[in-house]
Design a binder for this molecule. Structure first.
Ligand code: NG1
Ligand code: MG
Length: 515
């Protein structure tokens, strides 16, 4: 799966057949608008898609494997490096505009060679470009030397991944931006792993302490397949195809239209969960491993994770080192969590610091300073139960995909897949508390109308849901949602367009050369 980001010569290299016609119109609009904005045509277009997550929710930052799938919606950036001559001494110029110029006004930046300033306290759309730019420059400096000077760029962007919708609009934009900067500065081949790793680190600059699932799905996905992404011992992604089933299964994505803006709610939602999982790992390590056992630093956002506790525990404990298979280890960890983290009301900083044998100040500086969180108690038990049980469900889902269902009626097999998705939704709602009433409603409506499995996708707290629906039930599910959910919202025409989409597994990042 490693290797260079492909250079596309036609849209049929990028999109599934059903998407070609509408995308051709959209791309022509981008190229025409670029010309009218900058007076000449672009040299290339950098593209990176959003993703839906099939299963493995809120476990990527704990370094457990996940199963996302790229969608058609993407970020496309048309770029030229020839148009700008006059950049201020010691700096280069970035002109960036958006086809939706009313919503996202154009900007012009004179950026000094030595640093890309990003003010993460303001919610400015161009910050996502800047975070990709910053990441790409770090990589280019590694390749070209510290005194490398980036070129000025003219950019026009069009993003169709709904923002704050759980479909990774941010990762699509950051990945496409980093790719654009690499190509603009003469990188003829951009390695997918390098691009993904820099996009993961860059995105944290915008204030969300995220895992690496979205950027991996955005860069590595191959048309027609889902993507199995592992993060340790190093980043790895491989395409996964779905066996033929009868009835044929489709993935429906349904918007809740509850905007979940991780940027704003981080301290009580997303970034708090990252802290709770990290504290749970440190607590379990202090309680169950020999005193003073260090957890090795890893690639997780706070550099220790429930995964590092998992590995350390089984490497150290004689009596349990005979448990070698992943599912057996995960089941054992669930038992340990239940008997060790017994307080359902959560743990205070004082209680955790006492077990870790550090002061509360040390706890705050080590775990809650880089990304501030607001909580009196940390629900270590519930978050650890979700992470280990979700990692187990991913394993079980993958085991099912590797089996080819017998017979011509595979509804039993389909139901097994769906039951795992439903179990994920239950765990997200009950243990991880990242669902919301609207998503729960969309899921129960869909299940009643024929969905095998329904769950939130992405960070949750609103945004999108994903549903495993047999082809012959798609219209019944859509009608039920329309009648019982969407008809109660006053949606714009544009919102009605994107309320429900059939998600076909799309391709990942690509560079399109404009002749
Ligand atoms: P969304 O909010 O759907 O882009 C976020 C994280 C992922 C992962 C999911 C939950 C970012 C950029 N991405 O995805 O790393 O943790 O939540 O599984 O925040
Ligand atoms: Mg996102």
């Amino acid at each position: 799966m490693a290797g260079p980001v492909p250079v596309a010569t036609s849209l049929s290299d990028i999109y599934t057949v059903d998407a070609i016609a509408p995308q051709a119109k959209r791309w022509n609009n981008l190229l025409t608008k670029f010309k009218s904005t900058y007076g000449h045509q672009p040299e290339f277009v950098a593209r990176s898609p959003g993703r839906v997550n099939i299963i493995g929710e809120h476990i990527d930052y704990s370094l457990y494997s996940v199963l996302p799938m790229a969608i058609t919606a993407d970020a496309i950036l048309a770029v030229s490096t020839t148009g700008i001559s006059s950049a201020k001494e010691g700096s280069y110029k970035i002109k960036i505009a958006n086809v939706q110029d009313a919503k996202f006004p154009a900007h012009e930046f004179d950026i000094p060679y030595d640093a890309v300033e990003i003010d993460a306290t303001v919610h400015e759309w161009t910050n996502y470009f800047k975070s990709g730019l910053r990441g790409a420059l770090e990589l280019l400096r590694k390749k070209r030397g510290a005194d490398f000077r980036p070129k000025s760029m003219e950019i026009l962007m069009d993003g169709t991944v709904p923002a704050g919708g759980g479909l990774s609009s941010s990762a699509a934009f950051v990945s496409a931006s980093a790719l654009a900067v690499m190509v603009a500065n003469g990188e003829h081949t951009v390695d997918k792993t390098e691009l993904t790793e820099l996009a993961i680190v860059s995105e944290r600059a915008v204030g969300v302490n995220s895992g690496g699932m979205d950027q991996s799905a955005s860069v590595f996905s191959e048309r027609g397949s889902a993507l199995f992404v592992s993060f340790t011992p190093h980043l790895n992604a491989r395409p996964v195809s779905f066996p033929r089933t009868n009835p044929q299964l489709t993935f429906l994505i349904a918007q809740s239209f509850v905007t979940a803006d991780k940027f704003v709610t981080g301290p009580i939602h997303y970034n708090l969960r990252v802290v709770e999982c990290t504290l749970a790992a440190a607590y379990l390590n202090a309680a169950l491993n020999p005193p003073g056992t260090p957890l090795p630093a890893d690639a997780s956002p706070l550099s220790i994770s429930l995964h590092t506790f998992h590995e350390t525990y089984f490497a150290l404990s004689e009596q349990d080192s005979k448990i070698t298979s992943l599912p057996d280890q995960l089941n054992h960890l669930l038992t340990l969590v239940k008997s060790t983290l017994t307080k359902s009301e959560g743990y205070t900083r004082e209680e955790i610091a006492a077990v870790l044998n550090i002061s509360v100040d040390e706890l705050n500086s080590q775990f809650t300073s880089r990304f501030p969180v607001r909580a009196e108690r940390f629900k270590l038990r519930q978050r650890a139960l979700h992470v280990y049980s979700e990692a187990l469900r991913v394993f079980q889902f993958m085991a099912l995909l590797e089996k080819t269902p017998e017979g011509d009626d595979t509804s039993e097999y389909n139901a097994q897949l769906g039951n795992l998705l439903n179990a994920t939704q239950d765990s997200c709602r009950e243990e991880y508390e990242c669902s919301c009433p609207e998503i729960d409603q969309l899921c129960s409506i869909a299940r009643k109308a024929g969905s095998y499995g329904s769950r939130l996708t992405g960070a949750g707290w609103g945004g999108c849901s994903v549903h495993l629906v047999p082809a012959d039930k798609v219209s019944a599910v859509k009608e039920a949602w329309q009648k019982e959910y969407y008809s109660k919202l006053d949606l714009t025409e544009e919102q009605k367009e994107v309320a429900v989409v059939v998600s076909r597994p799309g391709s990942g990042s690509a560079v399109y050369k404009v002749e």
